[in-house]
Design a protein around this ligand. Sequence first.
Ligand code: SOE
Length: 395
Amino acid sequence: MTTLRVAMIGYGFMGAAHSQGWRTAPRVFGLPAETEMAVIVGRNAQAVGEAARKWGWAESATDWRQVIAREDIDIVDIVTPGDSHAEIAIAALEAGKHVLCEKPLANTVAEAEAMADAAATAAARGIRAMVGFTYRRVPAVTFLRDLIAEGVVGRISHVRASYRQDWLVDPEMPLAWRLQKEHAGSGALGDIGAHAIDLAQFVTGQNLQKVSGVVDTIIKERPVLDSGSGLSGIAGAGYGPVTVDDIAIFTGRFESGALASFEASRFATGRKNALAIEVSGDKGALAFDLEDLNSIQFYDRTVPADRQGFRKILVTEAEHPYVSAWWPAGHMLGYEHGFSHQVKDLVEGIVGGTDPHSTFAEGLRVQRVLDAVERSSENDSAWTSVGADAAVPAR
Ligand code: SOE
């Protein structure tokens, strides 16, 4: 059995989540290749050394270019802020490494286009590239997608998707990298709105064609970070400008003509990590809520009227993807399991010679929607075309 040696670039929150996936997936799923957590890379030698020891990486390093040039590295896992995704991913693909890149794919459409082109070129050499929309890998989400594909809701008229958090309601929350456009590309829109957009396109199998939206920054200045705080931010004192959105609200129209409403907010007081989607059709409706991630809600209009109502379906049976590797029916999965499922699908794609979804092309599709929302907001919320990516199959 071959061994795939992994280098992870970055060591923040997603570094912890991805490390959990690399540690756990090989012990839960019968993967078709061995994987080794070879090296973790970060700029601060002491901090990344501590991360290596804490999360189980064999080595730590501070120069990503030197690491991706190593012959003994097969996979590069990018969990850095968005401003370095394109440079690292393209260099890794050109060096013949398989790439897993955190979402959103990039900070701009131009960067995402270059990454998708590099991935297409690399695919011809058997190199795989994947972007980390892990909520697709929650069994309940996959089941919701499969039911829609079976036609249980009929013709879709409306999709509602929202991702609401409240970690910025405190005005003294410091000016972290996620609040700086040059590092993050955008705010709630790209960070969590990207998940809502990808989810809506994934479960419906349709791409958004045009959007109309508004983005807003509620608190314009925040305390700059003490460089010793561990958060990558602006070293110094005083306050600095927030240069990204705190809230994004937009509508969309799918290629079928169905309408969608989206909300991405970091000011939704009381909502900690509330991703939710509801798909309404002429035969019924389906809904998923991350705060109850082991189940879906199904409304069936085809049963007698006195029996109609949203009913909860627990998605923990062994028949569902990923579930049988974990626990018996009714024993719940959590947020972290999607990262193990992501590792499973990537390794199987690499060994099987297939591009695991979500591909860079699908990540580019999401990037085009993000860009269109920002252009719409700059143009008095006018309807704005997402732009054609005919080659991107909506899953
Ligand atoms: C912060 O908003 C964040 O960590 C996102 O970056 C992740 O993608 C999301 O899954 C949880 O919240």
